[in-house]
Ligand binder design. Structure first.
Ligand SMILES: Nc1ncnc2c1ncn2[C@@H]1O[C@H](COP(=O)(O)OP(=O)(O)OP(=O)(O)O)[C@@H](O)[C@H]1O
Length: 332
């Protein structure tokens, strides 16, 4: 967790980078159930975008539509600059997809899985072997390459799955819940892999149940609820959407604490901890005004920390899943 929160400048201010994914008015229903009710997305090339939402919100449906597996009912949809409605083949050539259900065949070896994928991508035998060796090395699977994939751990299978996706050198990758079921170490490894992909210029569209994952990886996050985008922005922008942020001042000298408490009447007191809590959205502007005010009142605290709601709070507030009962007290 960062130790303080300053608003991050929006990456899209100034010149707008080209969109890897552009979605306007996407709609999809199954029978009389509306799953996606007119959603808009703009994902700049070379960025990580995370789609969050409760179970059944429509995240997988959105990924399936954008990766040409199923069709939308309506919407102006472009992926890699290609129109999904008129040129799905070109979209397919530009993307890679790793779904919730692995494409890995457990009966054959990791290497054979890769070579099979190279064949499907119409690579020559020589190219196929070269790409396979490179990717197995990159994903730390060279040692296990000749073993049946069924003997791989969950993390290894997931790495093989992504390696298979990369055989065709896609510029845009859809990762549907890439770390579900992985232990913390494998999850962190996967985050490293995703960051590396982005460094090499790939755009990543990921869905996740883990808010921490979106917080760690995504340049921008959208929260899907009831078929609509409930909020969209950087993690910090989303956290500022909901109340609960505050600046906490801690004192070691009881006299200084008491005079500060008298001066700051709107602050919430914690007499035992000698600390005062002032409501604040954590923005630079608000923080500056709090600091100016403390200066003019001659108050000097021993410690000043900025606390903001975390993505869990945002998620619960936006998706109406009920606020967590505990107040978050970590320093962010
Ligand atoms: N082929 C289908 N026929 C009918 N309903 C479907 C079909 N596919 C999905 N749905 C419904 O659409 C809604 C959205 O499903 P989807 O799998 O996109 O959600 P999700 O956000 O990915 O959920 P999860 O986090 O559980 O994977 C659900 O109510 C689901 O039951």
């Amino acid at each position: 967790m960062p130790s303080s929160v300053m608003p991050t400048p929006r990456k899209d201010v100034g010149q707008q980078p080209p969109a890897a994914v552009s979605v306007v008015g996407l709609r999809k229903s199954y029978g009389d159930k509306t799953v996606l009710d007119g959603i808009d997305l703009h994902i700049p090339a070379g960025s990580v975008f995370a789609l969050l939402g409760p179970n059944g919100a429509g995240k997988t449906t959105a990924v399936k539509i954008l990766s040409t597996l199923i069709t939308a009912d309506a919407g102006d949809l472009h992926v890699g600059g290609h129109d999904l409605a008129t040129d799905p083949q070109a979209v397919r050539a530009a993307i890679g997809v790793t779904g919730q259900f692995s494409a890995v065949d457990g009966l054959i070896t990791g290497e054979e899985n890769m070579l099979l994928m190279a064949d499907l991508q119409h690579l020559s035998k020589h190219e196929g072997r070269q790409v396979t060796a490179e990717l197995l090395e990159r994903f730390d699977l060279t040692e296990a390459a000749k073993k049946p994939a069924s003997t791989y751990s969950g993390g290894m299978k997931r790495r093989l799955d992504i390696a298979m996706t990369l055989v065709g050198n896609p510029r845009i990758i859809f990762l549907d819940e890439p770390t579900t079921g992985l232990d913390p170490r494998s999850r962190h490894n996967m985050w490293g892999i995703i960051r590396e992909l982005v460094t090499s210029g790939v755009t990543v569209f990921l869905t996740t149940q883990y808010l921490e994952e979106a917080d760690e990886l995504a340049d921008r996050i959208a929260v899907l609820n009831n078929g609509r985008i409930a909020a969209e922005g950087t993690a910090e922008e989303l956290k500022r959407l909901i109340p609960g942020g505050h600046v906490r001042l801690r004192f070691s000298d009881p006299t200084a604490y008491r005079s500060a408490a008298l001066a700051l009447r709107e602050a919430t007191r914690d007499d035992e901890a000698l600390s005062l809590q002032i409501p604040s959205d954590g923005s630079q502007r608000e923080l500056r005004s709090v600091l100016d005010w403390l200066d003019s009142a001659g108050i000097e605290a021993d410690e000043l920390t900025v606390h903001t709601p975390d993505l869990d709070d945002v998620f619960f507030a936006l998706t109406g899943s009920g606020m967590p009962s505990q107040t978050k007290e970590d320093v962010r």
